[in-house]
Design a protein around this ligand. Structure first.
Ligand code: IYR
Length: 229
């Protein structure tokens, strides 16, 4: 297997791409099933402490790593945290930031937008869920000799990768929470990340708690999100 390295100014070798065409009937069955399955995904804030098969999480990260990215630079790093001491430190720092956020920093409009979800500064999921995945965005490329190169469309690329990750976790029956404590600078420090990485999202992963509840929210209809011209 060849290892990825940045190709600057050198073309990739074109190789044939002939995926089998899925017969239409089969494609319709698969797409409807996927659509229904994805509609069951919910962000979960109450996790069981039950263990999760590690391979499911690794597979979901591998799926995320197939995401398209600007100039195929794959500007992401996934840090999978199980160590309870590190998790406790992350929770403490996140709750300290959220305390400030919920007590004024977010502003009234933001707080009222969050009110229906009932979120607050307490973040037990950071220590309860069996896995904590911290996704970092590489703001620029960093070579082993310390020299740097630009990354393109980093926000978009990492956002797409996280979307694919969430879909993969859900398909495996796992629940997740896309948590974005703000500011997130403490994460790069706590996890000793290199200077080109900034935290993008913190994602607790596990099974929902037996008594988990989610808000009774309604999704926008296709009419509301699709414009056809
Ligand atoms: N980061 C905070 C606040 C928060 C913001 C949004 I936008 C949400 O959809 C949910 C929460 C927190 O995690 O509580």
């Amino acid at each position: 297997m060849t290892t990825w390295t940045p190709l600057h100014g050198q073309p990739y070798q074109p190789i044939p791409y002939h995926p089998n065409r899925i017969p239409v009937e089969e494609a319709l069955v698969r797409s409807a099933a996927f659509r229904e399955r994805m509609d069951e995904r919910r962000t979960v804030r109450m996790f069981s402490k039950d263990p999760v098969p590690e391979q499911l999480v690794l597979d979901a990260i591998a799926v995320a790593n197939t995401a398209p990215s600007g100039a195929h630079q794959q500007p992401w790093t996934f840090v999978l945290v199980e160590d309870p001491k590190v998790r406790a430190r992350i929770r403490e720092a996140a709750e300290a930031e959220e305390q400030i956020s919920y007590n004024g920093r977010l502003g009234e409009e933001w707080l009222s937008a969050l009110q229906p979800l009932g979120t607050d500064e307490h973040k037990p999921h950071l220590t309860d869920a069996p896995y904590l995945l911290v996704v970092f965005q590489q703001r620029f490329g960093l070579r082993p000799d310390g020299t740097t190169y630009k990354h393109y469309y980093g926000d978009e690329s990492v956002g797409i990768a996280v979307g694919m990750l969430l879909a993969a976790l859900h398909i495996s029956g796992l629940a997740a929470l896309t948590h974005t404590p703000s500011p997130m600078k403490f994460l790069a420090e706590a996890l000793e990340r290199p200077r080109n990485e900034k935290a993008f999202a913190v994602i607790p992963i596990g099974y929902p708690a037996d008594d988990a509840v989610v808000p009774n929210l309604v999704r926008k209809s296709m009419d509301q999100v699709l414009v056809r011209i």
